[in-house]
Design a protein around this ligand. Structure first.
Ligand SMILES: [Zn+2]
Length: 185
């Protein structure tokens, strides 16, 4: 993957999905709970490297996309929830998202549906001490905590036939970018 090391003073914000286990947030692809406050990435690759996560050339770090995932990627599920993080420390920028050393959840998106999922999102937000906002307000809620990664700092998408790649990538690709590694072997 192409990556760049930006010189970012303030926190940047990004967007993710998590899987709800009751009122708890878990990474979609990793056995990793997200709790209130600071999360710090740890490299779990079998061949460990020197220094903190993420490292260029590795896949470690806390993952987020530059834009919220499409509503359709979580709306039809009982347990996927979208939200925003603030990220800082070492940050690696990729075409559609970033990998960060430190992150914290700053907002969760409310589902359209009522019932258990909505109750779990509200309970998760209470436990994290973050707002649960309508999805259309997620970007604004995130920007209270940092900057969106400027477009000119994002490396180009080198995937064939996606040179311009404006807007949000396909859900399948989003899925590959977020929670790309740190999954159990
Ligand atoms: Zn690593």
């Amino acid at each position: 993957m192409e990556a760049a090391a930006p010189d970012l003073i303030r926190a940047v914000v990004g967007f993710r999905q998590w899987r709800l286990r009751g009122p708890e947030l878990w990474s979609v692809r990793a056995d990793e709970a997200w709790t209130r406050g600071l999360q710090t990435a740890v490299c779990l690759n079998e061949v460990a490297h020197e220094g903190p996560a993420p490292q260029n050339g590795c896949t470690c770090g806390l993952y987020a996309w530059y834009a919220p995932p499409p509503r359709t990627s979580s709306a039809g599920t009982s347990d996927l929830v979208a939200g925003a993080i603030a990220a800082w420390g070492r940050v690696e920028l990729h075409a559609h998202g970033l990998r960060a050393e430190h992150a914290m959840v700053v907002a969760l998106a409310l589902p359209f549906s009522w019932g258990a999922k909505r109750r779990n999102v509200l309970a998760a937000a209470r436990a994290l001490e973050v707002p649960a906002v309508p999805a259309r307000r997620l970007v604004a809620a995130a920007r209270e905590h940092g900057e969106l990664v400027p477009r000119h700092m994002r490396p180009p998408d080198l995937t064939p036939n996606k040179r311009a790649a404006p807007g949000e990538p396909a859900p399948a690709r989003l899925y590959a970018v977020a929670d790309g590694l740190r999954q159990r072997r």
